[in-house]
Design a protein around this ligand. Structure first.
Ligand code: SIN
Length: 545
């Protein structure tokens, strides 16, 4: 099938939905999403949205906290923009029907929570299921809009780009490119569709699945990052992978986060013997930034040989915990852990990509008519370490920025003719299922290898030698994929493997490039921060010369 839309949005989380709802005032919008429309990282976000609403808070406080978490790499103009627009964007969500936890009947009298790295209470939340409240409200608004069309089970394979002339890039001579949509795998019909669009947005979220242990849902395979790389977009700062300090440690718990808000409400990290250890590592103790806390836990576990540490919030009453953390309380109880009476076993796990597709202040990438918003983007807000709960905020602000930008020139854009392309131009062979079955072991094996290599060699604490070993492994897997993939028919696992391998390669490449320790990138062979040489982004781009 071939479709023509004004806007193609890839991904149905907070970034894609917010943009789609706004852009529908200009034209027809298609949202493609590779599974169910609700199956997004947004839907699992527990903490909330950071915004300076508190009487004792100010934009300047929030700006300073963001800059200090980012460790010298945040872009000040981006931080200012995001922080200052925060309250307005949160109010918009309330108008769209999101019900946040409040102290009174006034819909803006938010019950503001605290998380690591924040010097004030400023987390707007909906109990401990903020993402779900937002996702459901946005889906309701989008589905009721006659110009928004949601395509579930549609896996975006590759972007459609057209070359138009030449320009001189920063380091390479690059072709000037324009994006016209994407080839998309329709999983229900087992066919490739072509979605042509005047404007395309990558809102594909993160890539936590590149690591063995992650808080992310299964969909987080870095598809947008890999697609952008393959068409030559610039990406930046992929070495800054944020590990959340406290994921539930239990054989039956997969990817379950214990929100930082638990520490915000007084939870303390302790070891098996009950010793609280965070004050040994930072004056802010349990509410230090995530890079510090995750490293401290890693150190404690390595020192003691224990499999996990514990989060103790037993000083709070059962009634309080049920009201404030109904989801976490219920989940723990279902696994036999009563958090009102006993500490919760926790370990760090890959949580958030601070780097991504490089954008300007409007969400524009280095390719014309292609925007990237949300976790897949690198806007300059997070620098070397994201401040907790700044990510939903960034997605809201940048979807608004992209909408404002596109509104300005959409009248000219919509009159441009689509390129002469048909679905037959898709570069994907479809071969018989019989061959496919024999190759599935190749997919499963390499998924495992990538995730283990990344966890063991490119984790919370790094070394040059381990990074080089990781590079060798990932290179080898990429060669195998290149060789075998033409014989494998399209399916989600195969396409995700291809994308994971690209993303793993980029993370390793950025980590090798950065010869210092800063924020989330901690390398025992380069322990010092090196402002003279490294107070800058690590930018990578496919070399097409
Ligand atoms: C959490 O609830 O701890 C996660 C919030 C975030 O990642 O910003």
């Amino acid at each position: 099938m071939e479709y023509r839309f004004d806007f193609l949005v890839i991904g149905s989380g907070i970034a894609g939905l917010t943009f789609a709802i706004k852009a529908a005032s200009l034209g027809e919008v298609a949202i493609v999403t590779k599974k169910d429309k609700l199956e997004t990282s947004t839907n699992y976000a527990q903490g909330g949205i950071a915004a300076a609403f508190g009487a004792d808070d100010s934009f300047e406080n929030h700006i300073q906290d963001t800059l200090s978490a980012g460790n010298g790499l945040c872009k000040r103009d981006v931080v200012e923009l995001v922080v200052r627009s925060g309250p307005e964007r949160v109010k918009e969500l309330v108008e769209w029907g999101v019900r946040f936890s409040r102290r009174s009947d006034n819909p803006l009298d938010f019950d503001l929570g605290r998380e690591g790295g924040h010097t004030k209470n400023r987390i707007v939340h909906a109990e401990d299921m903020t993402g779900r409240a937002i996702e459901q409200a946005l889906i309701r608004v989008a589905e009721n809009h006659p110009r928004v069309h949601i395509f579930e089970d549609h896996f975006a394979l590759d972007l459609v780009v057209e070359y138009s002339g030449m320009r001189i890039g920063r380091r390479f001579r690059k072709r000037h490119k324009k994006c016209w949509g994407a080839f998309v795998f329709n999983k229900q019909r087992n066919e490739v569709d072509l979605f042509l669009a005047h404007v395309t947005l990558l809102c594909t979220g993160g890539a936590g699945k590149v690591y063995l242990y992650t808080s992310n849902p299964d969909v987080a395979t870095g598809d947008g990052l890999a697609m952008a790389y393959r068409v030559g977009a610039e990406l930046a700062n992929l070495e800054f992978v944020q590990f959340h300090p406290t994921c539930l440690y239990h054989p039956k718990a997969k990817n379950f986060l214990i929100s930082e808000a638990v520490r915000g409400e007084g939870g303390r990290l302790i070891d098996k013997r009950g010793r609280a250890f965070m004050k040994d590592y930072h004056p802010l103790g349990d509410l230090a930034c995530r890079d510090v806390v995750a490293r401290a836990i890693d150190t404690e576990m390595k020192k003691s040989g224990d499999d996990c540490v514990f989060l103790d919030i037993t000083h709070r009453s059962k009634d309080f915990l049920i009201k404030r953390f109904p989801n976490i309380y219920e989940k723990c109880l279902s696994l036999g852990i009563n958090m009102a009476k006993e500490p919760i076993p926790v370990v760090p796990a890959a949580h958030y990509m601070c780097g991504g597709i490089k954008t300007d202040i409007h969400g524009c990438t280095s390719i014309d008519n292609l925007y990237a918003i949300g976790e897949c983007a690198c806007t300059g807000l997070h620098g070397a370490n994201r401040l907790a709960s700044n990510s939903l905020l960034e997605a809201l602000v940048f979807s608004h920025q992209a909408y404002l930008h596109v509104s300005e020139y959409f009248n000219t854009l919509k009159d441009e003719s689509f390129p002469l392309l048909s679905v037959g131009d898709a570069p994907y062979p479809l071969v018989s299922n019989a061959l496919a079955q024999s190759e599935m072991i190749f997919i499963a094996h390499n998924w495992d290898v990538i995730r283990k290599v990344m966890w063991n060699y490119v984790g919370i604490v790094r070394r040059d030698k381990r990074l080089m070993l990781a590079q060798n492994h990932i290179d080898q897997i990429q060669r195998e994929i290149y060789e075998h993939m033409p014989n494998i028919p399209l399916n989600t696992d195969a396409m995700e493997l291809k994308n994971l391998a690209v993303v793993a390669g980029m993370i390793v490449c950025c980590a090798i490039l950065r010869k210092e320790s800063r924020g989330l990138h901690y390398n025992l062979d380069h322990l010092q921060k090196d402002d003279e040489n490294w107070k800058r982004d690590t930018v990578i781009v496919l070399d097409e010369e």
